[in-house]
Design a protein around this ligand. Structure first.
Ligand SMILES: *[C@@H]1O[C@H](CO)[C@@H](O)[C@H](O)[C@H]1NC(C)=O
Ligand SMILES: *[C@@H]1O[C@H](CO)[C@@H](O)[C@H](O)[C@H]1NC(C)=O
Ligand SMILES: *[C@@H]1O[C@H](CO)[C@@H](O)[C@H](O)[C@H]1NC(C)=O
Ligand SMILES: *[C@@H]1O[C@H](CO)[C@@H](O)[C@H](O)[C@H]1NC(C)=O
Length: 186
């Protein structure tokens, strides 16, 4: 998550910027399944470091070492200061959209180490390098890896994250939801 260019100022939260997209039958009967129910699972407060940028022929990649964080909810623990985020800004989106990947190492309060991977899309309110305000918001897919028998279920659960951050707080807030099927549409 972008957190460093010192020349960016924060303005009021504005609408989330997005690329043009075609309309689709949102409220119609196009689906087999009723909308799945996301159940609150975890809340995470993350410390976020300044990014270092590398630009290549495909765009720009920001990297920042994970600074740790706290987890409450279905289990409690901390995120260790290990690993690095990779955030790719496709040239065509002009720093308003990014693709974010990270693998966090969690240490639960009972001392169980768990890997927590996230693959997300981040949407910025403005061009992240040239805009006057900078709020980011995103959704991501979360996966856990552990062989601890108390947490085995995490390996097979279906989780999504929703998160936001305001520059230049150095913090991001993330919720993790467990997806439950609502069955077939009536
Ligand atoms: C879906 O809804 C539309 C509008 O109510 C209706 O015309 C159509 O027949 C429905 N299609 C199916 C597969 O039920
Ligand atoms: C996590 O909790 C500790 C202890 O309360 C606190 O010092 C730290 O700032 C928290 N970290 C984040 C990222 O919220
Ligand atoms: C993980 O948590 C346990 C229990 O609080 C603690 O004893 C251990 O030192 C922690 N390990 C790391 C790497 O932080
Ligand atoms: C990218 O964003 C900057 C800052 O908002 C703007 O000045 C520039 O015109 C944009 N470039 C394109 C190609 O849209």
């Amino acid at each position: 998550m972008l957190s460093n260019p010192g020349y960016l100022a924060i303005a009021a939260m504005s609408a989330i910027a997005s690329l043009a997209r075609p309309a689709y039958g949102q409220s119609s009967n196009i689906t087999l399944f009723a909308p799945p129910a996301p159940l609150p699972f975890l809340h995470i407060e993350l410390a976020v470091a300044a990014s270092t940028f590398v630009t290549d022929l495909d765009g720009t990649t920001g990297q920042a070492n994970n600074q740790g964080g706290n987890i409450t909810g279905a289990f409690s623990g901390e995120i260790l200061k290990l690993g690095t985020e990779f955030e790719t800004y496709p040239t065509i989106a002009n720093f308003t959209e990014s693709l974010y990947d990270n693998v966090f190492t969690v240490n639960t309060t009972d001392g169980t180490p768990i890997l927590m991977s996230i693959s997300a899309h981040i949407h910025y309110t403005e061009n992240a390098l040239g805009g006057a305000s900078l709020l980011l918001h995103g959704f991501g897919r979360i996966e856990f890896q552990t062989d601890s028998k108390n947490y085995l279920y995490l390996n097979y659960g279906d989780y999504i994250a929703e998160f936001e951050a305001v520059y230049p707080s150095g913090h991001a807030s993330m919720d993790v939801f467990e997806l439950k099927s609502s069955g077939h549409r009536a």
